[in-house]
Ligand binder design. Structure first.
Ligand code: HXC
Ligand code: NAP
Length: 282
């Protein structure tokens, strides 16, 4: 689909890049020639992914860092620039989430998720954005949100994440305008369900819940990591230079299925349709 050197010479920092969708994006960018610096808390997955990336013949490194801590983020950026060169692209992918009844949440539970998702995204964006502006260097930011943020609907049972992701989307759109003059581009991706250990262990409560999610999905399947990674490549590529401040949904029409008043009719069997159509002819 893409030229094999499409991302050659790019230096990309990905938060949460040692696992799940962050890892998949990192490996795809590396395959297309980008150097990658990974940032998250646990060193083991970071090191393992970093080695996988190096095996593709590009530069890779990592820093163990909690994105809630701005000073730590600034240090990680410095380490990244030493390791792979001047960073030109940021993917804000790190997140925290869990399902819970909101009335049972502690203030700290809310703060933990908002701190990772919203503050963390701001910290990384500010640390790199300031450098880009000072150096008069163009920049590219891709923020990973969720469909419950991009539709504006939010979602019960994941209220801290809903609030934080909606904030990240507002940041994406606000800074796309404010920093366009500096040649810094912002976009977001709103994924539907993509199986990952991190999300599934915290959000899919049982096998039945997972089966129901597939049954209710218009395409009867979850997303594939390569589908999301290739969308990220496009949005970060020079070909997408005029796409700024947008959020692209990749969910196989999952959220739309819950939005149309009569969409539940897709569950009617053909025999039922035959009866309805037969009745009309009478
Ligand atoms: C209620 C909870 C909780 C839960 C933790 N807390 N888990 N409250 N229900 N299931 C509370 C704790 O009791 C504590 O409050 C506070 O949250 C902070 O918890 P810690 O464990 O001390 O925090 P920390 O180590 O910083 O961990 C952060 C985390 C954790 C968010 C709680 O889950 C995490 O590290 N997640 C990172 C990876 C992740 O979540 N990936 C999934 C992304 S999926 P008190 O008051 O006791 O101190 C996603 C997309 C979803 O975002 C869309 C899918 C379709
Ligand atoms: P994941 O593997 O759990 O990814 C989350 C990553 O964030 C982990 O690598 C984690 O590493 C890192 N992280 C968490 N807290 C951090 C902190 N305080 N500082 C630095 N890094 C931190 O889950 P995923 O499913 O791939 O999620 C990736 C992104 O996709 C998230 O933004 C998520 O909201 C979004 N998303 C996923 C889905 C889905 O279905 N999977 C759907 C919609 C949106 P450490 O724990 O080592 O720090």
């Amino acid at each position: 689909m893409y030229k094999s050197d499409l991302m050659k010479g790019r230096n990309i920092l990905i938060t949460g890049g040692g696992t799940g969708l962050g890892r998949s994006m990192a490996l795809r960018f590396a395959e297309l020639g980008a150097n990658i610096f990974l940032v998250a808390r646990r060193p083991e997955p970071l090191e393992a992914t970093s080695k996988e990336i190096q095996a593709k013949g590009v530069k890779a490194g990592f820093a163990s860092c909690d994105v809630r801590d701005f000073a730590a983020v600034e240090k990680a950026v410095e380490a990244g620039e030493k390791e792979i060169g001047r960073i030109d692209t940021l993917v804000n992918n790190a997140a925290g989430n869990f399902v819970a009844r909101t009335e049972k949440l502690s203030a700290n539970a809310f703060a933990a998720v908002v701190g990772i998702v919203l503050n963390g995204t701001f910290h990384c964006t500010l640390a790199l954005g300031r450098k880009w502006i000072e150096a008069k260097q163009p920049g590219n930011v891709l923020n990973i949100v969720t469909t419950y943020a991009s539709t504006g609907a939010g979602s019960g049972y994941v209220v801290p994440s809903s609030c934080a992701k909606a904030g990240v989307l507002a940041m994406t759109r606000s800074l796309a305008v404010e920093w366009a003059r500096y040649n810094i581009r912002f976009n977001a991706i709103a994924p539907g369900p993509f199986p990952t250990e991190g999300a599934w262990s915290r959000l899919m409560q049982s096998k039945e819940f997972e089966e129901t999610a597939i049954k209710n999905h218009p395409m009867k399947r979850f997303g594939r990591h390569d589908e999301l990674a290739d969308l990220a490549v496009y949005l970060l590529s020079p070909q997408a230079q005029y796409i700024n401040g947008d959020c692209v949904t990749i969910d196989g029409a999952q959220w739309l299925a819950g939005a149309g008043e009569f969409n539940e009719y897709r569950k009617l069997p053909d025999e039922m349709w035959a009866m309805i159509e037969g009745a009309r002819k009478k």
